[in-house]
Write a protein that binds this ligand. Structure first.
Ligand SMILES: [Zn+2]
Length: 469
């Protein structure tokens, strides 16, 4: 008897700590608020089984997590702009943790777990999507100029449009600051985070573009939260974007690597994406109802394929053009990693209806460059150079119906000084004709004593007014 009891007590002593060890622990919790959803992230010591459901009157979210115990406070979930007013926890069964969130309004929850990556361990992610009244009709391309939606959580200056009455619309530039929220992007030598730097550059670029009549810039990401890649292009499309510009400052495998680069979609990426869009009816309806110029609803399958292919080819050619202009301008204020636009299969570049570029403003992994990238005046200079490239592209290729097209067609478009790199076979008279200036103007702007040009010579092309022709 006595021996049994001792044995049981002994086994109990061993089993209890073992069971405690087998429990997964929640070590910390983070909350990210986006304009239309809230993301909760629970950091775990191992994988978990869980379930999430809602209760109403009052509105609550219940999160049950098996074989888990809480080793941290949940204060981070309330306060600020969180829709969660109160958090309660308890044990439903001996080893099942229940977390109850009191919330201010109805939401649609979605949850999933994430395996460890370089920055974090096991995580449970709970997304709470706001339920918007009247399904919150978003502006389409046609109404985007009149209905400018403003994210509630930020103080970003969205430029009110003053153009719908004249019928001369703004050219819309969607600026996508990479990463955000749970995804910090690359991290520099002194803990500088890519997601913070690129948001600053994106906001500065938006500010600059919005000072220019005929243009409107829209931020895809307005704060510190994550947006899935496909969703980024959807947001841009819903805002009626004429151009999608993604801003990054990634790390290179070698710390010594430096310089800016610009990417457009690769040809193979474009081909496979065209096939995917054709195969995916949801994508097709997005094009049909969205901002794109591609209308597929009344076309048979083969014609739709040809049209989509043409649209993708045109978008890619515009992407390469605007990308080269941005790259040339960036080259004046920062070293370039590559002198030409590079091509890759990046997800955010895969829109068949929107020219799209990805700008790597520099390598955050390079100690000197990461200091520069964090510097306010360098961020402004980067934004100025990206802006200059975008402006040049649209002055030469204004979308029909835009204010800039009207300026050009009525001979009011002044084009600022540009640079031209002399190529084989070019002469002063040929270049003067191309840029619609006199040979004398070109000679005097460059102090040319003769008409002999060298290949690779950089000429300044003086400002001109382009008459529509
Ligand atoms: Zn990045």
């Amino acid at each position: 008897m006595r021996l049994h009891f001792l044995l049981a007590a002994f086994i109990g002593c061993i089993l209890l700590p073992l069971e405690a060890l087998a429990m997964t622990q929640i070590n910390s919790v983070r909350l990210w608020r986006a304009p239309d959803n809230t993301r909760l992230v629970f950091d775990l010591t191992g994988p978990v089984e869980h379930s999430v459901f809602t209760l109403s009157a009052p509105d609550r979210i219940v999160i049950d997590i098996k074989k888990t115990k809480l080793s941290t406070e949940l204060k981070a979930l309330t306060g600020g702009n969180s829709p969660i007013t109160q958090v309660r926890t308890g044990n439903r069964e001996a080893d099942e943790l229940r977390i109850v969130l009191d919330i201010t309004a109805q939401v649609t929850p979605k949850s999933f777990t994430l395996a460890p990556n370089q920055q974090y361990g096991h995580r449970l992610v709970v997304d709470l999507f706001d339920i918007l009244p009247n399904n919150n009709a978003r502006p389409t391309a046609a109404t985007a100029a009149t209905a400018v939606s403003k994210p509630a959580t930020t103080a970003v200056t969205t430029k009110p449009s003053s153009l719908p009455t004249s019928g001369k619309r703004d050219i819309v530039i969607a600026i996508d600051a990479g990463h955000g929220g749970e995804d910090p992007g690359a991290i520099g030598p002194k803990g500088v985070r890519e997601k913070d730097i690129v948001l600053k550059i994106a906001q500065e670029l938006q500010r600059q573009i919005n000072t220019e009549k005929g243009f409107r810039a829209e931020l895809v990401r307005t704060g510190d939260y994550f947006i899935p890649l496909r969703r980024r292009t959807e947001i841009a499309r819903k805002k009626g974007a004429d151009l999608f510009v993604s801003i990054h400052a990634d790390a290179a495998p070698r710390a010594a690597a430096f310089g800016a680069s610009v990417f457009a979609l690769s040809d193979s990426g474009a081909t496979s994406e065209t096939a995917r869009w054709l195969a995916d009816s949801e994508n097709r309806s997005d094009l049909i109802g969205g901002a794109g110029n591609v209308k597929l609803d009344d076309k048979d399958a083969m014609l739709a394929g040809v049209l989509l292919d043409l649209s993708m080819t045109a978008s890619l050619s515009s992407s390469l053009d605007v990308g080269q202009k941005v790259l040339s301008n960036m080259g004046r204020i920062t070293p370039l990693h590559k002198k030409r636009v590079e091509q890759a299969g990046f997800m955010v570049l895969k829109s068949p209806d929107m020219p799209s570029i990805l700008v790597e403003t520099g390598f955050i992994s390079n100690p000197n460059e990461s200091i520069k990238l964090a510097n306010r005046s360098h961020q402004q200079a980067l934004a100025r150079s990206i802006h200059a490239g975008i402006r040049q592209f649209f002055q030469q290729n204004p979308p029909p119906g835009s204010y800039v097209a009207w300026l050009r067609d009525s001979g009011k478009l002044a084009i600022g000084p540009r640079e031209h790199v002399v190529r084989s076979g070019e002469s002063v008279s040929l270049l003067a004709q191309r840029y619609q200036i006199s040979p004398a103007q070109l000679r005097s702007a460059n102090n040319l004593k003769s008409d002999a040009l060298k290949i690779g010579q950089i000429l300044t092309v003086p400002a001109t007014t382009l008459a529509g022709q």
